[in-house]
Design a protein around this ligand. Structure first.
Ligand code: ADP
Ligand code: ZN
Ligand code: ZN
Length: 702
């Protein structure tokens, strides 16, 4: 008689570690109630690590005695569809399952902070002497949390009049309201049509069925895209489907967040990096439990644990912040597309300046005019080739006349280049091959790539000359110049600690100039801004990058979109050294279609996205030879990929003390190119000779 051993049920677990070499999943005994998405603590080597269950099975290849049980099961689990999304992401971006799972995992539950809680003792015990007047005042205001008066309350506790106890502070995320609260407006005719198309598409998306085709809401600036998102979200909620709304940066776009909170209240959860760990955890839990059904947040909100998702909105879909810079280098727009497909949800990407990729791939719904039919502001291009100084006289005059203006200069600091007028020595970063930027208020030269800082030199370190030239003006310098105009200047750039507070002060001020980097061109809606100015509009064109044209067009068009949103109307001035550049001229005409047609033709001729898929592979090390060797080896390992071109290795500038070289794969077939790149890098990175060389793979680089 044959004896059948019972097969133990097992779970396949990916430990959350960053080690690239370690490839799971690993088998453990399956505790009751544990399934895909459960989060466990498992013994792993000599330590305990957190891991996610990616699969379940009956029986294991491991011998019974080697199969162990997890230490414990954590409270929070992931919806299985997020596990699937992470595993897909690991492949799609040549990363590891563990790193991808780390991105979708529940935020750790920081212990709630404790505070002292003071209560009066009733009835009060008899006292030898009466409490002082101040003490009676304290007693009258109880019970409450103790603050700076804790020592005084302790004395009352000693007299038996007060009891003090520890209590957890309540964590409640406070969503600040920015801008006047508005009642739900009646839709314009264009909005009604757009919403109808979105609702029809959403209606096609049943759970478990094929997802509806994604839509692009191409609406000019001020056309009321947010109101369309709000109505579409209401429709999804009414059908018991969840909603994700992705926005570029919460600090810079607080208005859209508060519009959602105002309209939907507590069913909105906001996830962003400024939240304390405990707050993030609480918001995440509300979504997981289903008490919140709408999540608004930056790119990582695409991983919100919402079940029965019906709608994903990607607002300002042209914004480069949707690309994640860490490994996996995911693009939230591409992940959103996948997630929508998985969930049978509708994806709506919205922008006034959509990417050529989106025009090519998505069905377009248009909002061709501003609400109230306000015209887009006229744009005047000012040729700066004969002009000395940062501001053209026309610009200065316009600034004097405007009550409120927004000025864009996409460079921080005072001047971006220092050299010695006697010997030509230039100040560069010791870690990176870039020039240092002068920040006058901090009396430092700073590297904008690695953060290196040094004192401003009094004389040349090479020849001792005191004649030092400062070239190029940044926002700090322009702030100084604009102060001469006589208006208050609000400077917004990466040097500002609290952008939200600065934007609120600008909104509330009766007059003023908002000056800053591309941060000022985000989706702000300030109806009393009548003037927009772009200083050095061709600055972005000077980068050697196939997206230079697209970026320049978007920056100028978006800045123009901030002006003239109210009854006061508005105008825009664009200062440039390249007045004939196609992207600038098209933005000045508000001609998105003309620009996109030309840009798509150019991309097709040069085989750039969307007519190919790009993968950038960067090798870096302290030793230049090791870098070139490694890049050459990757190139050899790539071999010939059908339908793909391989460019490089080409040197990149030194960054943070590391020499770098890059290869670019331009492939017609995405999956084949991604697979080849991942395999080549894994093979070369595994060689002994590559110790000290770091490899990064960037699919769809920005
Ligand atoms: P976009 O995102 O397209 O640039 P917004 O959504 O910021 O535009 O809308 C611009 C302004 O128009 C906002 O102040 C908004 O409250 C207002 N608005 C939107 N829809 C309507 C409407 N149907 N009627 C009146 N005002 C509206
Ligand atoms: Zn010198
Ligand atoms: Zn540096």
């Amino acid at each position: 008689m044959r004896h059948h051993r019972p097969v133990p049920p097992v779970v396949k677990v990916e430990p959350i570690t960053t080690a690239r070499a370690l490839r799971g999943p690993f088998d453990y005994l399956r505790p009751d109630g544990v399934g895909i998405g459960s989060v466990l603590v498992v013994p792993f080597g000599h330590r305990d690590v957190v891991g996610v269950v990616v699969d379940v099975a009956d029986g294991s290849q491991l011998a019974d005695e080697r199969l162990v049980a997890p230490r414990r099961v954590l409270d929070h689990d992931l919806p299985p569809e997020l596990v699937a999304l992470a595993l897909w992401m690991a492949e799609e971006y040549c990363s590891t399952p563990a790193r991808a799972l780390a991105l979708v995992s529940p935020p750790p539950n920081a212990k709630a902070k404790l505070m002292w809680w003071a209560q009066p003792v009733a009835p009060a015990p008899p006292q030898d002497r009466q409490p002082t007047e101040r003490q009676q005042g304290l007693l009258a205001r109880l019970p409450r949390a103790a603050g700076g008066d804790l020592p005084a309350l302790r004395r009352l506790e000693a007299r038996g009049l007060v009891t003090l106890s520890r209590r957890p502070t309540r964590r409640h995320v406070h969503h600040e309201s920015v801008g006047a609260r508005r009642a739900q407006p009646a839709l314009t005719a264009d909005q009604t049509l757009a919403l109808a198309e979105i609702e029809t598409a959403m209606g096609e998306g049943a759970i478990g069925a094929a997802a509806p085709k994604p839509l692009l809401l191409h609406g000019v600036t001020g056309s009321g895209k947010t109101e369309v998102y709000l109505r579409a979200a209401a429709t999804a909620l009414a059908c018991d489907r969840g909603v994700i709304v992705l926005v570029p940066e919460i600090a810079l776009t607080p208005q859209i967040v508060s519009r959602f909170v105002d309209r939907f209240g507590d069913t909105v959860a906001v996830l962003h990096s400024k939240l304390a760990a405990g707050e993030r955890h609480d918001e995440w839990s509300r979504l997981r439990a289903g008490t919140a059904r709408v999540c608004v947040g930056p790119r990582s909100a695409v991983f919100a644990p919402i079940e029965r998702l019906g709608l994903i909105v990607v607002d300002e879909e042209h914004d480069s912040s949707y690309k994640h810079e860490g490994d996996p280098r995911y693009d939230a727009r591409h992940v959103a597309y996948r997630r929508a497909e998985q969930a049978g949800a509708l994806l709506v990407a919205g922008s006034a300046t959509p990417r050529p990729e989106s025009i090519h791939a998505l069905r377009r719904v248009r909002l061709p005019a501003r609400v109230d039919s306000r015209p887009l502001p006229p744009v005047q291009i000012v040729d700066m080739r004969d002009c000395r100084g940062a501001l053209h006289p026309d610009t200065s005059h316009a600034l004097v006349d405007a009550a409120k203006a927004i000025v864009l200069l996409n460079r921080r600091g005072w001047s971006n280049f220092l050299d010695c007028r006697s010997c030509g020595h230039a100040w560069t970063c010791p870690q990176c091959d870039v020039s240092l930027v002068l920040h006058r208020s901090q009396n430092t030269l700073a590297c904008h790539h690695c953060g290196h800082r040094e004192r401003v030199p009094q004389r040349c370190t090479k020849c001792g000359s005191v004649s030092i030239g400062r070239h190029g003006a940044g926002t700090e310098r322009l702030e100084h110049d604009l102060a001469q105009v006589g208006h208050e200047v609000f400077r917004l750039d990466a040097d500002v600690a609290d952008p939200g507070a600065l934007l609120r002060r600008f909104e509330q001020a009766p007059r003023g100039i908002l000056l800053g980097t591309q941060m000022v061109a985000k989706g702000h809606d300030f109806p009393d801004v009548t003037l927009g100015v772009v200083v050095d509009a061709d600055g972005t064109l000077r980068f050697p990058d196939f997206r230079a044209e697209e970026r320049t067009f978007a920056l100028v068009a978006q800045l123009a979109g901030r002006a003239g949103r109210g009854p006061g109307g508005g105008r825009v001035i664009v200062q440039t050294l390249a007045p004939e550049a196609a992207s600038i001229a098209a933005a000045a005409r508000h001609d998105a279609d003309g620009f996109l047609d030309g840009e798509l033709a150019r991309r097709e001729a040069l085989r750039y996205p969307p007519f190919s898929h790009l993968i950038r592979i960067v090798c870096s090390a302290t030793d230049a030879h090791a870098v070139i060797d490694a890049a050459t080896a990757v190139r050899a390992a790539l071999g010939a990929i059908p339908g793909a071109m391989i460019l490089g290795p080409a040197p990149l500038f030194r960054l943070r003390g590391r020499e770098r070289a890059q290869l670019v794969v331009k492939g017609a077939h995405r999956a084949a190119a991604v697979r080849a790149a991942g395999a080549a890098v894994d093979a070369v990175a595994g060689e002994r000779a590559r110790r000290g060389v770091a490899f990064s793979v960037d699919v769809d680089p920005q």
